[in-house]
Design a protein around this ligand. Structure first.
Ligand code: OAD
Length: 264
């Protein structure tokens, strides 16, 4: 499929070139072109195949730790085999062209970090930082990439070396609070920016979905990048209908001239 180069409004290119502080806010869509499933895309999304409450809640883990741990091991193996895609690379490159850039992600993968982004604000936790379900002691995975278990295989979670409790994934489950320090950082990044770029999120999960509104209410311009309409369409000053892997590299090239290797 040949990549079409999107046309960008001059107003958007000027806003990007003159921005003091750009805040980028990503959802699962930014990792879709790396082969990591989103949550709500029809058919391919995780929630189209699994019931979220049956897997992504503390109650689900207490009821069946092996089912939940096995599912996250499947996702971890998928993420570890994935590579950052041109969208992650373009976001990391953007930081070199603007005076200040904050990156807030709802994703639990480490693809932004592996593309070179620093100080990533992880609102919903991190797959690669598991901890004890009972005493919260951090736990480290063994080195190496696990065999990708078939989806749904039950794997008993490891025991905490400190209290023998079950190790849980380091992600925020439904019904759990966001990490307070990450939320405060994200609110500061939304309140302090003059350009807010939301990429690949359905904007259906709160409080994360409040951030674009917070940015707009303090006067920031909002760019949305998504191949589908979302609840943010009316809020955005610019809606670029396209995939993150196509739109973001082209945007950075159009605004700053930095060229990106086109996909092989
Ligand atoms: P969703 O699956 O809800 O939404 C993914 C969005 O990405 C949709 O709007 C798609 O149209 C869009 N999309 C798909 N492919 C894309 C691509 N190649 N480029 C750009 N956009 C693309 O995922 P999130 O909005 O991230 O919560 O979901 C938010 C939260 O809900 C997740 O963090 C997770 C889930 O429950 C926790 O894990 C706590």
């Amino acid at each position: 499929m040949d990549d079409i180069t999107p046309a960008f409004p001059d107003s958007l290119l000027t806003a990007l070139r003159t921005a003091r502080h750009v805040t980028v806010f990503t959802g699962a869509g930014v990792s879709a072109e790396s082969g990591v499933p989103t949550f709500r895309d029809a058919h391919t999304g995780l929630w189209a195949r699994f019931d979220a409450t049956a897997l992504a809640t503390p109650e689900a883990f207490e009821a069946d730790p092996a089912l939940v741990w096995g599912w996250y091991e499947w996702r971890r193996a998928r993420v570890m085999r994935a590579a950052p895609n041109p969208a992650h690379v373009a976001i990391a490159a953007l930081a070199r062209h603007v005076p200040a850039l904050s990156l807030i992600t709802q994703n639990v993968d480490d693809l932004h970090e592996r593309a070179g982004s620093a100080s990533v604000i992880h609102l919903h936790g991190r797959l690669m930082q598991p901890r004890c379900f009972r005493c919260d002691t951090p736990w480290r995975y063994p080195v190496g990439i696990p065999e990708e278990p078939e989806e749904g295989r039950r794997i008993a979670p490891p025991d905490c070396p400190r209290c023998a409790g079950p190790i849980r994934p380091g992600v925020v489950w439904f019904g759990e609070p966001l990490p307070p320090e990450e939320w405060q950082r994200a609110v500061g990044a939304a309140a302090g920016c003059d350009l807010f770029i939301t990429v690949g999120t359905s904007a259906m999960v709160y409080p994360a979905a409040l951030l674009p509104e917070m940015a707009a209410s303090q006067g920031a311009k909002v760019l949305q990048v998504n191949p589908q309409p979302t609840a943010l369409d009316a809020l955005a000053d610019w809606n670029m209908l396209g995939t993150a892997g196509q739109v973001l590299p082209a945007l950075v090239t159009a605004a700053f001239g930095e060229a990106f290797p086109t996909r092989a």
